[in-house]
Design a protein around this ligand. Structure first.
Ligand code: ZN
Length: 185
């Protein structure tokens, strides 16, 4: 059973932050602030942070990473996964960043017995990625800002298998075009 909390980013512009919990453990997908003057934080609490096993970052835009200082403030000491290129673009560096190299694309990377992931390019900005995550018995897909038909950047998809998904977050990040999420799907 998955418990999903949308802490920001749906029906508003910015502060993408998705909390996914199963059997008392949790992961966080992105941790951004809103694109407004106040840079409003997501509805993330200390109680959420205490349960986190890992945090996955899709790309370096502030609506996906701007609230990372909250994790620091609440003493998060787990890993913070992002591509090498995303890490290089951050304005602030964090102690617990774990980067993955371009060569690892498409491979299953194991974090623990309960958690492993695959990543690929999402075509949105340099270093932006999607994740396919195995979390205990669940399989989760997280697109970040996916751009199907990027002019310059290659977007990839996960390898298909029979297992399918228990949960998928699909979001498209088209800057120059208006493509409906349904078309992306
Ligand atoms: Zn973006």
């Amino acid at each position: 059973m998955l418990n999903v909390e949308i802490l920001g980013g749906v029906g508003e512009y910015g502060r993408n932050c998705f909390y996914v919990e199963t059997e008392g453990r949790a992961i966080l997908l992105d941790c951004g602030v809103m694109n407004n003057h106040e840079k409003t934080s997501p509805d993330l609490t200390e109680a959420h942070v205490a349960k986190l096993d890992a945090v996955f970052i899709s790309h370096s835009h502030i609506d996906h990473v701007g609230a990372l200082p909250l994790l620091e403030q609440w003493g998060y000491n787990g890993q913070l996964f992002m591509s090498k290129m995303t890490a290089q673009q951050l304005k602030h560096t964090y102690e617990n960043i774990t980067i993955f190299q371009p060569e690892s694309m498409g491979n299953w990377l194991t974090i623990s017995d309960n958690l492993s992931f695959q990543w690929g390019f999402s075509g949105h900005v340099i270093g932006s990625v999607w994740y396919k995550i195995r979390f205990l018995e669940e399989v989760i897909f997280f697109s970040g800002d996916y751009v199907v038909d990027s002019y310059l950047l290659k977007a990839t998809l996960p390898t298909e298998d029979d297992r399918g998904y228990d949960l998928a977050f699909i979001d498209s990040g088209h800057i120059e075009k208006r493509i409906k999420n349904v078309e992306v799907l």
